[in-house]
Design a protein around this ligand. Structure first.
Ligand code: ADP
Ligand code: ZN
Length: 604
């Protein structure tokens, strides 16, 4: 068995070895037992049921919640020469009949179906007449009522076990938390399944959080480091999506908007372009993402704070499925914290729910303000205990300096108190810096003892101080959402001098950038940095790929991923048998595309 699964991995998929638990999972399912697989996005879940489907006699039935995902997977399998099809509402009656015919005839190794289709009496009867090799339940977290992807039909899938008790089942998800996992086991009757829980680390993603200063300019500086690469920019509101996309287009970037306020057609058209073309920047609300299987998303940028760390991890996880170096980048400022706490206070959820939401927001702020390794903090939040710091996040690469901010905190808190706890940061800073504005005059705040006691810091420094005071729970934004700040119990100890307050320095940006660069070249993960002397060959390889993709109307990555192309560039194979050793070049792709790429490789 071990031999045949490895052999299929080599010949069909063109990969040299298994990752993590893949082999153990494949062996278990191939031998007829159940499995539950929890792996992060890009971890390699599909192979875990595709290889058993090729090993076992009969047809594997794959339950999948999204039409786009099914089409994508079937397209990928066709490229590998595997007989696969899907059944869903996108097919007309004639095409559906044809697929059913092929199923009856035993021509299919894999059939992807939507759950509502699978559960019809007619389809279940049909399944009883054919040989089913296994059931794979993809995106298994859809059984969970608490998740945002809840699909009621998923709960009826226990019928598979009742009617086909001899057929092994494998359930797969990228949702990590324990309650969801328990719910999957219970709802799908998977008590006898062995659980395989992979680490949720995504080592090729670099995390960084920058203090929000001039977000649009900061975004452009960030994008300048990602020329000709595909990525996603998340914003909180539809208006901001539209405005940001338009501003980027004005500056010569290839950016498209995506949000729920657009017509279904223009959304679908933009999504299609993002998937098919090489280097589109999608500016989107979180309506964009589910079912985006594009492997070469090089960055995910957040212009606003996401709703929770779970959301952040899921959104950033869309970067770097292909394993190449990718970036998760976020701007963060006090206004974000205020907006989100406002959302929570104003929602009509019950108190219990609000408390949960506040805790989630606090975890997120803790992450954004953290001075330690970001990856460690993320993974511990998800219940893992990483052995050390990652070396691939902003804080690891350029450890932030902290300073004793006790006195500054006292000045700030006392200014909040003296002004009556009913002003926002802007005014508070004016008072501290002794700036004689209209508002200061109106309220006679130039007569306060705190007027002008903070002239040693500028606006930006004070706003960083206030932000950190809120993040540390030493100041609270009002519930009504006016952006005013008030004292809390913990403020008192600071004012009395009983607690020391340490804060991070506002980094000197130029210095930070320079440092980032030097560390970058030391990283082990493969980077898509093309040296000048390689660029002509690289362009030719990419053009060849684009041409082949266009002929068939499939996305470029469907032919070969960037990772495969990069290995061709570096190893420069000169014969078909050398080309076959490149990861991602299986027998079928070698036969179909080998000559075309070899033509390019031998010309250089
Ligand atoms: P998931 O469904 O877990 O998000 P995929 O199954 O789409 O991940 O796999 C992510 C990428 O990794 C795909 O391009 C896949 O072909 C590749 N991959 C999976 N397993 C291996 C392996 N053992 N060796 C090399 N590449 C792999
Ligand atoms: Zn780190």
């Amino acid at each position: 068995m071990a031999d045949s699964s490895l052999q299929i991995l080599n010949s069909v998929f063109g990969y040299a070895g298994f990752r993590g638990d893949q082999q153990a999972i494949i062996e278990r399912v191939s031998s007829g037992s159940d499995a539950l697989v929890l792996m992060p996005t890009g971890g390699g879940k599909s192979l875990c049921y595709q290889i058993p489907a090729l090993i076992r006699p009969g047809t594997a039935i794959v339950v999948s919640p999204l039409i786009a995902l099914m089409q994508d997977q079937v397209e990928a399998l066709h490229q590998l020469g595997v007989e696969a099809a899907f059944l869903n509402s996108s097919l007309d009656v004639g095409a559906q009949r044809e697929v059913e015919q092929r199923l009856r005839a035993g021509d299919l190794k894999l059939l992807y179906v939507a759950p509502e289709r699978l559960l019809t009496g007619r389809f279940l009867d049909l399944l009883e007449q054919v040989e089913v090799s296994l059931f794979a339940i993809d995106e298994a977290h859809c059984v969970s009522q608490w998740g945002h992807d809840f699909r009621p039909e998923y709960r009826q899938l226990t019928i598979l076990h009742e009617r086909f008790s001899q057929v092994p089942r494998i359930a797969l998800t990228a949702t990590a938390d324990e309650p969801t996992r328990r719910e999957i086991i219970e709802r799908l009757g998977l008590e006898s399944a062995r659980s395989f829980v992979a680490s949720f680390d995504r080592p090729n993603i670099r995390y960084s959080v920058v203090e929000k200063d001039n977000p649009r300019r900061q975004l452009k500086d960030f994008l300048a480091r990602h020329r000709d690469e595909a990525g996603i920019v998340y914003c909180l509101s539809r208006n901001k999506v539209d405005a940001t996309a338009a501003a980027l287009v004005d500056d010569g970037f290839l950016a498209l908007p995506y949000h729920a306020g657009m017509s279904a057609e223009s959304r679908a058209a933009n999504q299609q372009r993002f998937l098919r073309e090489d280097a589109i920047i999608m500016v989107a609300t979180i309506a964009f993402g589910m079912g985006i299987d594009k492997p070469d998303v090089r960055f995910v940028a957040h212009l606003d704070l996401p709703k929770s760390l779970e959301g952040y991890y899921q959104e950033t996880g869309r970067a770097g499925r292909d394993g190449l170096t990718s970036e998760a980048w976020m701007t963060y400022g006090l206004a974000d914290v205020v907006t989100l706490s406002q959302f929570i206070s104003k929602s009509d959820a019950g108190e219990e729910r609000k408390r949960v939401e506040r805790n989630k927001l606090n975890a997120l702020i803790g992450f954004a303000e953290s001075t330690g390794c970001r990856r460690r903090q993320l993974l511990s939040y998800f219940g893992e205990s990483p052995a050390g710091d990652c070396g691939n996040c902003d804080n690891c690469m350029d450890p932030p300096q902290t300073w004793d901010a006790t006195q500054a905190a006292q000045k700030a808190l006392s200014c909040v108190y003296r002004t009556g706890q009913r002003f926002g940061v802007k005014h508070l800073i004016d008072v501290l810096r002794g700036i004689d504005g209209e508002k200061v005059a109106k309220f006679d705040h130039d007569r306060l003892s705190t007027f002008g006691i903070g002239a040693e810091f500028d606006d930006r420094q004070w706003s960083a101080i206030f932000r950190q005071l809120v993040a540390m729970g030493l100041l609270a934004p009002d519930d009504e959402g006016y952006g005013t700040l008030r004292l809390v119990d913990a403020s008192r100890a600071v004012l009395r001098g009983e607690t020391e307050v340490r804060m991070r320095h506002v980094a000197d940006k130029l210095e930070r950038k320079a440092k980032t660069k030097s560390v970058r070249s030391e990283r082990k993960t493969q980077t898509l940095e093309i040296a000048p002397h390689e660029s002509r060959l690289w362009e030719s390889l990419r053009n060849t790929r684009a041409r082949l993709a266009k002929d068939q109307g499939v996305p470029a990555y469907r032919i070969f991923t960037d990772a495969t192309l990069l290995q061709m560039l570096r190893e420069h194979p000169q014969s078909l048998s050398e080309l076959a050793t490149i990861s991602g070049v299986g027998e079928m792709k070698l036969a179909r595309y080998g000559e075309a790429f070899l033509g390019v490789l031998t010309a250089f």
